[in-house]
Design a protein around this ligand. Structure first.
Ligand code: ARG
Length: 570
């Protein structure tokens, strides 16, 4: 199935070529959704923005385009508006075709360059601490970008670049040997690791020489000391077991868990390469890469004077590994805004090495709380699990009030799906680069741009179908009649789903899928308020049910692209 927006573009190109065969500036041809239903379904301002080329009044160009427009089944009418807009009205027949095929036939995205692998680095927590609220955004935004790219037909590799080689390990090893409570460690290993880590910090305040000892243990680890390696592996296992619980709840998976340690042995090679190419030089004993003035970037240290490598060195090694081992289409990294400089620096160095890699840093703003309930618990960060539990608990209360007779097992499943979904959606529905303010009441509301609203709309449709089944109403999927403007408007919205996902992918912005879903939800709910389903008859009933069925299907698919599950009742 070809995208409607692409088909329109081709028709316009054909008409324009008839008027001006030598025309070539196709990037000026934009077909947009109409800003208002009064102006049709789509619009283009092409005649206006190319008035210089055509050297005539844009309305006249618009008229010529319409006169030369190729025969087609798609368009009902074209209309000139204002100073030279062309308003485009799709035919009901065409829309009913498209909507009938939606979800059944693959959409043609072959115009995208999808060769090779897109590697997305997200979540990537530093080992030995439980995940906290700060890990939520990278985890869910990265996962959604992965799902969107998969929908568009890319081969995606999800990479969890865990921080498993940092200074925390020296401290943990000291803590483990001196202050471990065996019984507690058996009972809840990660909690005990966190405790000894905090204990280390407290002890080191009084005995700063502990820091030197920790550095020594870290060095021993990096040099391959057997005992330290064994402990290190144990800490990683304990942490991963813990993370996987959270990932399971969030419905998140990875193809690779390659931590920083994996690239350790490649780092000397990176240093040699940088020296060889004359990109790195010694400055105050450290090895540093300097940038051209117009780059406006601070110099980047790649090796400290004690020989230690840095974050950039590790990321360069990691990128080199990707370049050498994959047919890399693009490398995407999802982290918070504080890492912008790091990514600019290391991306620039990779360009200076002439690696020619398509790469993108998706950064996001920090998260805050509206009601302060979770904000500062004696300076502790909020654990991700606690956040999910709190949300599920709140949803559970609402279910108890609204639907007390549901079986216990179902209440539990629904509360989990809605509670977790609400948190993810609150995050994903915002532009990544804006700050997210968590407001429990808003995000759990059944009205407004929330996951519960969309899940509710989905469940509402499913309930219509349960009733239809009780009344033995069957649906003829081949017979969708678009009868009036209200049908037309809902069908048009449905047909625009693939394009919305395309745009979300091009911009790496899952919120564009959320925006689409919210608009669809609103459109459907106002449809539902004016058009009865089961009280209608024959063809009319059939078509309305079909539109409802497609709406439910698209909401389910769209929520799935955000990593959110739908429910059939709530
Ligand atoms: N572990 C890092 C942190 O917690 C994030 C890593 C992001 N990925 C990367 N390749 N640098 O801040």
């Amino acid at each position: 199935m070809k995208l409607c927006e692409k088909k329109l573009e081709l028709l316009f190109m054909e008409a324009i070529k008839k008027i001006k065969p030598e025309y070539s500036e196709w990037d000026k041809l934009f077909i947009q959704k109409a800003s208002n239903e009064k102006f049709g379904d789509y619009q283009t301002n092409f005649a206006m923005i190319s008035s210089k080329i055509f050297n005539q009044n844009p309305r006249q160009t618009a008229q010529e385009i319409i006169t030369n427009f190729p025969e087609n089944e798609m368009i009902e009418k074209l209309e000139i508006a204002g100073p030279g807009f062309i308003n485009i009205y799709l035919s009901n027949r065409y829309l009913s075709e498209v909507v009938s095929h939606l979800g059944k036939e693959e959409v043609d995205f072959s115009f995208l360059n999808r060769e090779g692998d897109v590697i997305i680095d997200y979540s990537s927590p530093n080992i030995a601490k439980r995940m906290h609220i700060g890990h939520l955004r990278s985890t869910v935004i990265g996962d959604s970008i992965k799902r969107i790219f998969k929908y568009l037909g890319y081969n995606v590799v999800a990479d969890n670049h865990i921080g498993d080689w940092g200074t925390q390990f020296g401290k943990l090893i000291i803590g483990y040997r001196n202050w471990l409570d065996e019984a507690k460690y058996k009972e809840n290993a990660i909690e005990e690791l966190e405790r000894i880590y905090v204990k280390f910090a407290q002890e080191a305040e009084e005995n700063p020489e502990l820091n030197d000892l920790a550095r020594k243990e870290l060095k021993k680890l990096h040099d391959g000391d057997e005992e330290n390696l064994r402990l290190w592996q144990e800490f990683i296992q304990v942490s991963l077991d813990e993370y996987n619980k959270v990932y399971d709840r969030l419905n998140i998976s990875f193809d690779e868990y390659r931590g920083e340690s994996f690239y350790h042995d490649m780092m000397p090679g990176i240093i040699d390469l940088l020296k060889e190419k004359g990109l790195a030089r010694f400055s105050q004993d450290a090895l540093v890469v300097f940038f051209e003035e117009e780059e406006n970037l601070h110099p980047c240290i790649v090796q400290k004077k004690d020989g230690a490598f840095l974050y950039s060195t590790s990321d360069l090694a990691c990128l080199q590994h990707k370049k050498d081992n994959y047919n890399l289409n693009k490398a995407i990294y999802v982290t918070d805004e504080r890492q912008q400089t790091h990514f600019k620096q290391f991306f620039k160095i990779s360009d200076m090495l002439d690696w020619k890699i398509n790469k993108e840093h998706i950064w996001f703003g920090i998260m805050r709380f509206q009601d302060g309930i979770f904000s500062t618990r004696k300076g502790n960060v909020i654990r991700l699990e606690e956040l999910l539990d709190e949300s599920v608990k709140r949803v559970r209360q609402v279910i108890e009030e609204k639907n007390p007779n549901l079986p216990e097992e179902e209440k539990k499943i629904i509360a989990e799906k809605i509670g977790v979904g609400a948190i993810k959606y609150a995050d994903l529905s915002k532009n990544p680069q804006s700050m997210v303010i968590f407001d429990w009441d808003k995000m759990l509301s059944f009205e407004g741009n929330t996951a519960p609203y969309l899940q509710y709309t989905h469940a509402r449709i499913k309930s219509v179908f349960r009733k239809a089944a009780e009344q033995n109403i069957s649906i003829d999927e081949t017979n969708l009649q678009i009868a009036d403007e209200i049908d037309h408007s809902l069908a048009l919205k449905l047909s625009q789903f693939p394009y919305a996902v395309l745009k979300a992918g091009e911009n790496c912005k899952p919120n564009m899928v959320a925006d689409y879903l919210f608009e669809l939800g609103q459109k459907f709910n106002s449809y539902y308020n004016v058009k009865p389903f089961l009280k209608a008859e024959n063809e009319e009933r059939n078509s309305r049910l079909l539109l409802a069925q497609k709406t439910a299907e698209i909401i389910r698919q769209g929520l799935d692209l955000l990593g959110i599950e739908s429910v059939d009742r709530m």
